[in-house]
Each structure stands twice: as structure tokens, then as C-alpha cells.
Write a protein that binds this ligand. Structure first.
Ligand SMILES: O=C(O)c1cc(C(=O)O)c2c(n1)C(=O)C(=O)c1cc(C(=O)O)[nH]c1-2
Ligand SMILES: [Ca+2]
Length: 715
């Protein structure tokens, strides 16, 4: 009898622990922790801690730092639970530190295979882990969801999140880089891949066992059959008829990947999914120019325990601009027009700031937070954009210069909301994009966008003109008035995410490697630290033994420098140094001496075949540009191929590009899609570009620092 009683008591506490973890669900009451992606379920990224404040900020110094072993883009939000800091890094690795001393307690490497790098658009980044009931959950770039013991880093369970037998289109180019979220004992994770060909979905797994609980697809099944998933009813009765039944989506899967924001709201008991763009981008090609294509560019609300559909709101119908709605979603209680409302706050890529009723999905208001030219405005009643006809480039067949561009008015960099100031802080940007329709047949590897991937010509006038349009701002936005209150002008776009604190401060790392604190009330610049590498990650704050800390990952990367190359360095020269930096009042640590030389120009072979090089340019822009930069100018993260030893010898280049000699480092092998002749054309193009630019690069470095300066940075 006694035994049975003990057993059932244990059982009871286990099952309670599984569906509730006060560390997460009552995070409001523990300001010392940062236990979920946005600190609290409302995703405000606000820390009430106020030891570091507008008065004491002058004493803020580096307390400790730790080098990562992956010098690529770092986008992670560290978690902190009871003094232990859990950071995720590029290649989906996890590290646990003593939050006060910086001592590394354990590290975990999921051994993501190098070749998976090429299945995603945007660097092998990772945005963070989730914590629940003594476990750390991480999604890996090769789509596993792994539960680790938070104390030891030992693996408890692992699942493949991609179902083998489901209809996912023919290309199935999945990657996972978003942070999982946990609610009511269910771990939720989505994926990316819509630029290549993927059907978006989110899965919910039992946090204790890893057993699949539900799956929700965001685009219809091509034959309108049930997937035997939570999404069956809304897809079959509502979404399918918003797609052209014969468009290219029936091969690509349609897109709609949920690669970043997944938010649980305890007040409504709903989970909000931020759904991504169409695949291919070209709407005419994707859907025969028919329909709104649900649930692309939408927020979809579902139930955490079952995945059951509750409501959706589509922000970008007929998407053809990569206008994802995956961006950071927050919940908040605001008084709007004299009425208290529980709402979602959202600044998706499309440039409008939306306020939506959290319970019903009812549209409340939207106003552009950056310059916008694709839509005249948003209909105040329906919330539907009044799209400018020329913006529908896939229908007109004519190139169109879009604002925002494909990288959005705001991308993955997290926002922050301070209830103290009532302001939402948006890491906003302007990176225009010319969309030129080109409906090539879908490939099974490489970008499948249905638009031309031609980049900028190497013409100083055109490059300078484009550079002038590149901007970045920290925008302080009053959601009640839907109005900008102040802004901080940055040197360029692609800056880090935001943190606001009870000390009336906002913290942000910048593309040029500076880490700043600003006054949350007026934007006054109160702190500037040279972090030695561009920052794209969001800071957090926590407390151990009565001391407040600010932590941020450094490491320049993400899609912008990979794709745009040197143009992306418009904020200043930066080299990737991937680290965790932790600050406190009166800290005494220092960074090692700065090394900013990056990839040094190497004299290229002198001869090349001009005709082959010209053909090689097109191939390069289709297959290589997305990582090594437009027109063979690297953006400071992955190797600059002009200076690579591999271009000196035909056989060596074939080994790397064709046969995969460097797959362990994330360089794909292309012999399944490129012939030996094609690969040689790319080599000829690289030799040509190296010859065209060698002298000017050497001249640009003729200074004591030995780094390009001024205008030479972006050449
Ligand atoms: O459509 C997709 O599946 C998808 C995935 C991802 C991703 O998972 O990183 C990005 C995007 N799209 C995207 O459009 C985008 O601008 C982007 C930027 C980044 C990044 O980490 O730098 N990822 C992504
Ligand atoms: Ca995308």
C-alpha cells in the first residue's frame, strides 16, 4: 500500500511538471532569469532589472567573454535560469556557462552535417534554445529537435521533425534555425527553406518524451487531400481555393515556412505562428496569378495542445516579395481609442506595423513604420493592403523596385517593448530590391524564386547610388498612436535586436561592431563599446548574486552579408569574431587585441577566358552568390573566392565545387547539378573578378591598419 501511494505521488508530480514549469510560466516574478526566447511569454524582451540605469551606465564594463568555435553569423538569444546561461551558436551548438564567472559548464555539438548548409538560404545560424522542466531544447540545422539535460548537457531525446511520408512538395529543402517554444508541456518548432522549395509546417512534441502531438501545415495539400494533421480542415475548406490548382506550388510545396516567431499567450491560450513567403516567389509562376495563397504572409492562431486552428490574419496576400510574417510577434494590453484591448503587435517585413486583437484576430490598425511603395495603405476596415498595380511584377512581367525589399523593413532582429515608456523599439532598415520576373523551371538545388538573380554591376556610379539608399534605424514606436516618437540613425541596415530594461535603457549591437545603450525615453546615446565584430543578435539581461548582467552574442552574418557581399559592409568594415560578451557595472575584463584584416587579397592567375567567364557570372549568381556574395565580393563572413587558392588549379576547383572536398565546412558539392564545364566557367569568372579588383583591393589596404577604409570598404 505504501509503495503504491509513493508511486502515484511521483507520477502526479511528474505529470504536473510536464504541463507546467513555473520557471517559464511565472517568469514575470523572477526578473533575474531570462527563461524563454522573449524572457516572458508576451515576448516583450524587457528586463525589469535596473541596477544598470541611466545614472550608472558610465560604469558599465565588460565582465567576461567567451569565444565560440564557429566564426559565422550568431543570432542566438541566450537563456538564463538560476544563474546558468545557455547560449546557442552557429551550426546549432549549445553552451552552458556560469552566468557570473563565465566558466563553461558544458557544451553540446549536434554534429550537423556540413552539406546541409546549402539547403537553407541564410547562413547556418541558430536563434536560440527553449527551457522547460530541467531540459534545454534546440532545433538543429538538419531539422532535428533535441532535448538536453540542462544540468549536464547530455541528450535525453532526439526526433527528426520532417515527416518522411507526408506530401511536402518535390524539393523538400528544409532547415531549422528558429528557437523552439514550449507551452503546456508541448515543444513547438517550425523550419525554413521557402527560397528553395518547401511546404511550411509547425510540429508540437511532448516535452518529456519527444512524441509527436500534432502538426500544422501552412499551405494546402496539392490534391486537397487530408494530411491527417491539425491543419486539415482550414486547409481543405478555406486555403486550397486561394491557390491556382496548376501553379508551380504543386512541385515546390508553396512555402509558408514558420522559421522564426511562434508565440504562446496564456491569456488567450493561443499559439501565434508567423508564416513566411511563397515558394517560388514569382506569384504568376507559383499560383498562375490566382488567389491570395493562404496562409502565406499571415499570422495563424492555433491551440497549443492540439494544433487546432482558431483564426488567421493575412498581412500580405499574393506575396511575391518575400514579405514574410515570421517577424517577432508580441502580445500586450493597450488602451486604444479609450478601450482596453489585448492585442498582438507585429512589424512584418512588408513595412506596416499591425495591431491585431489577440483573441479573435480582428484587425485593429496598421501604419507604415518605414517607407513603403508596394501598397498605398492598409484598408482601415478589412486590414487588406491596397497593392500598387506595378508592384505585382510577376503579373506585369516588368521589373519593379520595391520598398521594402526582400529583406524587409524589419527582419529577424528582435524588437523590444517597454511598458515603462509604452514604446516598441524596432530594429528597422531600408534595403531596396529590384524584382525582375524570370520563370525558369524549378531546380532541385539552389534558389527557386522565379526571378532573375542578377546583382549589381561593378560600376561605381550604380553602386554608389544603391549604397545611398541603404539605411538602418532604431525606431521608437508608440503603438497606441501608431506613430514614431524618436529614432536613432544608424550607418546602415542589418543591425542587432533590442533589449529594454527597468533602468530606462535600450541596448543594441550594430552592423559595424559597436554595442550601444540608449536612453529609452529619447534615444540619447549613453554607452558605446567596440565589440570587434558586427552584431546581429539581440541582447538579454539577468542577475546573479545581486549583480545585473547584459549579454550579447557577436558575429557578423545572416543572409545580408552572405548574399550582398561587400555592399553589406556599408556600416563599416567588419570581420566575423564570434563570441559571447557579458557586461556588468565595474567589470574588469578585456577583449583580445583586435584583428580586422579578414581575407587578404592574393595575386590571382593572370589568364582567363572572357567568354567562359561571362557565362560563369550567370552560374555564379544562381549557385554561389547566396553565400559568397554578389559579383564575387564576399561580405566578410564566408571565403572571398577571388583570393581562394582553389581557383589557381582546375582540378583543385573541381574537387571543391564538384566533388565536395570541403563539405565538412558547409561547402556543398554541385556535381549533381553543375557539369565540369559549368564549374570551369565559374572558375574563369572568379579569376576575371580577381584580376579586375586585385589592384584596387591592395591599394585600399595601403594604410597602417591594413584594412579597407572609406569608400574602398564597399567596393
Ligand atoms: O522563407 C524561408 O524559409 C526563410 C528562412 C529563413 C531562415 O530560416 O533563416 C530566412 C528567410 N526565409 C528570409 O526571407 C530572410 O530574410 C532571412 C534572413 C535570415 C537570417 O537569418 O539572416 N534568415 C531568413
Ligand atoms: Ca524567405
Amino acid at each position: 500500500m505504501v509503495v503504491i501511494l509513493t508511486l502515484s505521488a511521483t507520477h502526479l508530480s511528474q505529470s504536473q511538471a510536464a504541463t507546467d514549469d513555473p520557471v517559464v510560466t511565472q517568469a514575470e516574478e523572477s526578473p533575474q532569469n531570462w527563461p524563454t526566447h522573449g524572457r516572458t511569454y508576451n515576448e516583450h524582451r524587457y528586463s525589469p532589472l535596473n541596477q544598470i540605469n541611466t545614472e550608472t551606465i558610465g560604469r558599465l564594463k565588460l565582465a567576461w567573454s567567451s569565444n565560440f568555435d564557429t566564426n559565422r553569423g550568431q543570432e542566438g538569444t541566450p537563456l538564463v535560469v538560476n544563474g546558468i546561461l545557455y547560449a546557442t551558436t552557429n551550426w546549432s551548438k549549445v553552451r552552458a556557462y556560469d552566468g557570473a564567472s563565465g566558466k563553461l559548464l558544458w557544451s553540446y555539438d549536434p554534429q550537423v552535417p556540413g552539406p546541409s548548409a546549402v539547403r537553407g538560404c541564410c547562413d547556418t545560424v541558430n536563434r536560440g534554445a527553449a527551457y522547460w522542466n530541467g531540459k534545454i531544447f534546440v532545433g538543429t540545422f538538419d531539422n532535428r529537435l533535441i532535448a538536453l539535460d540542462a544540468k549536464t548537457g547530455h541528450k535525453i531525446w532526439e526526433v527528426d521533425t520532417i515527416p518522411k511520408d507526408a506530401w511536402l512538395g518535390d524539393i523538400r529543402s528544409y532547415i531549422t534555425d528558429g528557437a523552439p517554444r514550449v507551452a503546456k508541456g508541448v515543444v513547438m518548432i517550425g523550419n525554413g527553406g521557402a527560397e528553395f522549395g518547401a511546404r511550411g509546417f509547425v510540429s508540437g512534441f511532448d516535452a518529456e518524451t519527444g512524441a509527436l502531438k500534432w502538426r500544422f501545415y501552412t499551405t494546402p495539400n496539392r490534391s486537397n487531400q487530408p494530411d491527417h494533421a491539425a491543419s486539415d480542415a482550414p486547409l481543405m475548406t478555406m486555403a486550397y481555393r486561394t491557390w491556382g490548382p496548376h501553379g508551380a506550388w504543386i512541385h515546390s510545396g508553396g512555402g509558408g515556412t514558420v522559421w522564426d516567431s511562434i508565440v504562446y499567450d496564456p491569456q488567450t491560450d493561443l499559439v501565434y505562428l508567423g508564416v513566411g513567403n511563397g515558394s517560388p516567389w514569382n506569384y504568376k509562376q507559383r499560383s498562375d496569378g490566382i488567389g491570395d495563397n493562404l496562409f502565406l504572409g499571415s499570422i495563424v492562431a492555433i491551440r497549443p495542445e492540439t494544433g487546432e486552428y482558431v483564426w488567421h490574419f493575412q498581412e500580405t496576400p499574393q506575396d511575391q516579395w518575400d514579405y514574410t510574417s515570421t517577424q517577432h510577434i508580441m502580445t500586450a494590453d493597450l488602451e486604444i481609442n479609450g478601450k482596453k484591448r489585448h492585442v498582438l503587435l507585429h512589424a512584418p517585413k512588408n513595412g506596416f506595423f499591425y495591431i491585431i486583437d489577440a483573441q479573435t484576430g480582428e484587425f485593429i490598425t496598421a501604419r507604415n513604420y518605414v517607407p513603403v511603395n508596394w501598397a498605398k495603405d492598409i484598408d482601415p476596415v478589412t486590414g487588406r493592403p491596397n497593392i500598387v498595380p506595378d508592384a505585382l511584377y510577376s503579373l506585369t512581367g516588368k521589373p519593379w523596385a520595391g520598398l521594402p525589399g526582400d529583406l524587409g523593413g524589419h527582419n529577424f532582429a528582435a524588437m523590444s517593448y517597454s511598458a515603462q515608456t509604452g514604446l516598441v523599439y524596432i530594429p528597422a532598415q531600408q534595403i531596396p530590391m529590384v524584382f525582375t520576373p524570370d520563370a525558369q523551371p524549378l531546380k532541385h538545388k539552389g534558389l527557386n524564386l522565379g526571378i532573375s538573380m542578377q546583382g549589381l554591376p561593378d560600376d561605381p556610379a550604380i553602386r554608389d547610388g544603391f549604397l545611398k539608399t541603404l539605411t538602418g534605424w532604431l525606431i521608437a514606436w508608440d503603438p497606441k498612436q501608431q506613430k514614431e516618437i524618436f529614432r536613432v540613425d544608424h550607418k546602415g541596415p542589418w543591425n542587432g535586436g533590442l533589449l529594454s530594461t527597468g533602468g530606462n535603457l535600450i541596448f543594441q549591437g550594430l552592423a559595424n561592431g559597436e554595442f550601444h545603450a540608449y536612453d529609452a525615453r529619447n534615444g540619447a546615446d549613453l554607452f558605446n563599446f567596440n565589440a570587434q565584430s558586427g552584431i546581429i543578435a539581440p541582447p538579454i539581461s539577468y542577475e546573479v548574486n545581486g549583480k545585473q548582467y547584459i549579454a550579447v552574442e557577436t558575429g557578423w552574418g545572416g543572409i545580408y552579408p552572405l548574399l550582398m557581399g561587400r555592399t553589406a559592409l556599408s556600416s563599416g568594415w567588419t570581420v566575423n569574431h564570434s563570441r559571447l560578451l557579458v557586461f556588468a557595472l565595474d567589470g574588469t575584463a578585456e577583449l583580445p587585441p583586435q584583428n580586422d584584416r579578414g581575407m587578404i587579397p592574393v595575386k590571382p592567375p593572370e589568364q582567363f577566358d572572357a567568354q567562359q567567364a561571362a557565362a560563369g557570372y550567370q552560374l555564379y549568381e544562381t549557385f554561389c552568390q547566396v553565400c559568397h556574395g554578389d559579383n564575387a565580393l564576399s561580405g566578410g563572413v564566408l571565403p572571398d573566392l577571388r583570393w581562394s587558392g582553389a581557383i589557381h588549379h582546375m582540378a583543385g576547383f573541381q574537387n571543391v565545387v564538384g566533388r565536395g572536398a570541403l563539405t565538412a565546412y558547409g561547402m556543398a558539392r554541385f556535381d549533381d547539378i553543375l557539369s565540369r564545364q559549368d564549374i570551369e566557367k565559374i572558375r574563369q569568372f572568379l579569376i576575371k573578378r580577381a584580376n579586375e579588383t586585385y589592384a584596387r583591393e591592395v591599394a585600399a589596404r595601403a594604410n597602417p591598419q591594413n584594412i579597407p577604409q572609406g569608400r574602398a570598404i564597399t567596393e
